[in-house]
Design a protein around this ligand. Structure first.
Ligand code: NAP
Length: 343
């Protein structure tokens, strides 16, 4: 590995510590180096909090002549925090090495232009593929102006997702359960169909991994969710998408989308409300309609090594591109990224 790559790898490692606390912001890390010595480092740790560059320069008395390694183009606009490009200029950094440009129209090349106008040497694209991967949801949303969709489901070895009577079966083990909660924290919203809501009475919150809970969405065209479900009784907001019912009870909202092009209208709602990413957690009917009608960017399939013999069939998904990992002694974790989602 070259020197620039080593420091950028450190910035990317730091970026990921933001984990489930920064959504819908990107994961960003920054390392400040002079003469091979690290002067400071930092990462964006929570939404609305200081950017990685601010954290990295905290406590540095003199950064003149240094190189700043930043995993994403420094911002040039005043948002919740002042522009980071200005901070780098103020600290008389000599060189800025960037992993990925920021496709957010508020930044998009303007951060680089500002640095270059101040005479700073800027290099772009170091470990860019790794950066694309960790911020894939953020990049996809800003490049396509639509939500990044991840489908996640768990099945038996013989491809059933629940018992025939709709009763849930636990297929995950302790490790895959934690990884699912990590996925929840990393998405802005989570979605299930009404049958899953009624059958499983899920909370859909993030509990077994540090991070924020996603917004909770239910597809319930006929408004037939049971009133006593956790999703309607707990303190967290829930959004229920119907054909024709519009009402709100406390922080639970029913939103009418009409019966024509229901799912496409749902996606338009997400676009209009800046929903960056959605984790679809089932059931089979909901997953299949997303697979058929909407472009899905990522599929996670947890498979137990035990058979169920009969039950509700898992969605039919071509897994020929999937990467497979063993998780504990009795689960496999398959991840399949859409071909277009990194472009
Ligand atoms: N193993 C796992 O990973 C996993 C995950 C989740 C759930 N499950 C299991 O799966 C079972 C439920 O699966 P399911 O396939 O029966 O139901 P589901 O997908 O949870 O819900 C399907 C219902 O949601 C509504 N819906 C979903 N997509 C829609 C669309 N595009 N357009 C219109 N309406 C839409 C429809 O409601 P209407 O019928 O009212 O029109 C549809 O009948 C449960 O037994 C649960 O335990 C397993």
């Amino acid at each position: 590995m070259l020197t620039d790559e080593i420091w950028m790898q450190r910035a990317l490692d730091l970026a990921q510590l933001g984990g489930g606390f920064v959504v819908p912001n990107p994961w960003v890390g920054c390392v400040v180096v002079r003469d091979g010595i690290m002067l400071g480092e930092g990462y964006h740790a929570h939404y609305g909090g200081p950017h990685a560059e601010v954290r990295a320069f905290e406590g540095i008395q003199d950064a003149s002549g240094s190189t700043a390694y930043v995993s994403l183009e420094p911002c040039s606009h005043t948002g919740k925090t002042p522009p980071c490009a200005n901070l780098l200029i103020k600290h008389q950094v000599q060189r800025v090495v960037i992993c990925n440009l920021d496709p957010n129209p508020l930044v998009a090349g303007q951060g680089v232009a500002k640095l270059q106008a101040a005479g700073i040497d800027v290099q772009i694209g170091v470990l860019s593929e790794k950066g694309e991967l960790i911020n894939r949801r953020f990049f996809y949303y800003h490049r396509n102006q639509r939500s990044y969709i991840t489908v996640k489901y768990a099945s038996s070895a013989d491809q059933f997702i629940a018992h025939s009577n709709g009763h849930a079966q636990v297929f995950s083990n302790a490790i895959s359960h934690q990884l699912v909660h990590r996925l929840r924290a990393e998405h802005q919203a989570i979605l299930v169909g009404v049958n899953t809501a009624n059958a499983d009475n899920p909370s859909l919150t993030t509990r077994s991994w540090p991070g924020n809970s996603p917004l909770r969405f239910v597809l319930d065209p006929q408004a037939r969710m049971d009133d006593n479900l956790v999703l309607l009784q707990d303190e967290f907001p829930t959004y229920i998408f119907t054909y024709s019912v519009t009402k709100s009870v406390g922080n639970k909202q029913w939103i009418a989308l009409g019966s024509v092009d229901y799912l496409k209208t749902f996606m338009t709602y997400c676009q209009e409300n800046s929903i960056q990413s959605i984790l679809i957690e089932g059931g089979a009917r909901t997953i299949e309609t997303f697979m058929q009608e909407i472009e899905v960017q990522e599929i996670i399939h947890i498979e137990s090594n035990e058979a169920l013999d009969s039950g509700i069939a898992a969605p039919h998904i071509d897994e020929s591109y999937a990467k497979k990992y063993s998780v504990g002694s009795n689960n496999s974790w398959r991840i399949q990224l859409g071909k277009e989602n990194l472009a």
